[in-house]
Write a protein that binds this ligand. Sequence first.
Ligand SMILES: [Zn+2]
Length: 275
Amino acid sequence: MSILNYIDTHCHLDGEEFQNDRDAVVQRAREAGCQAIFLPAIDLKTCHTVLDTCRHYPGYCFPMLGLHPEEVRADWQEQLLAIKELLTSSLIPHPSPIAIGEIGLDYYWSREFEQEQLLAFEEQVRWSVETRLPLMIHCRKAQNELVTILKKYAGDLPGGVFHCFTGNAQEARQLLDFPQFVLGIGGVLTFKKSHLPETLAEAVPLDRIVLETDAPYMAPVPMRGQRNESAYIRHVITRMAEAYGVSEDVICQQTTATAARVFGGLPPTADAARV
Ligand SMILES: [Zn+2]
C-alpha cells in the first residue's frame, strides 16, 4: 500500500466530540498520512477553542477565524467586532490564522436572519480583502446570493475554498468562475447515491480541489454515520482517484499543492519555520 500524503483543510477538531481522545485522533491522522489539519471557527467562542487546539499541536493544526452563517443572530455585530479584533491581534503571535472562516450563507434551516447573514458575510469578505487571508466559505441553498456578493470583490480577493461542495456541474462552473477559488471535497463523494464523482470528472479540473473532512460530520463510506476524523480521508482519496482515473498519489500531490497555493504559500508542514 502506498503511503498517502494529504491535508485536511476543514476539520472541527476543537469540538467536544473529540474532547476525550483528541490526541489519539491526531495520532491516527499522522499515521494515515495527513500532513496538516485546518480548523474553522464558527463563532467567537469557537475562535478561542480553535486557537487553543492549534496551540496544542503546533506546526500541525492551523486556525481559521470567522462567524458561520448559522451562528448569525441578533448579536452578530458584537460577535464580528470581537472576532475582527482577535483576527487582527492574533496575526502577530502564534498561531497565526491562515484563513477567515467558516463564513457564508445558509438558508437551509432558516431565513430568520437572512439580511443579517448577508451583511455579516459581506463584512467578512471585506476582511479578506484587507488582510489578504483566504476565505473558507460555507453555502447552502444560497449560491446565487453568495455569488452576487463575491462578484463585487472578485478582483480584490486572495482566494479561498467553497467548502463541502455537493452541487451539479453548472453550480461547480459558476463557483470556479472565481479563478482563485477551489472546491472542498469530503465524505459526500463516497455516498452511494452521490452524483459528485461524475460532476467532478465532468466540470472540475483536478487542480481546483482540496480535501476535507468537515469532521465530526460527513464521515465517508464505510464509516458513514459515525464520527468523522482526518484519517478517514483515505476513503475519499480512493473514490476521487477512481473518478479521475488517476492514482491516489496524484490525488494527494494535486490537492496538497492546491491547498498550499490557496492558503498562502504553505505547505503547512513547513510552516513551523514561519511561526
Ligand atoms: Zn464546517
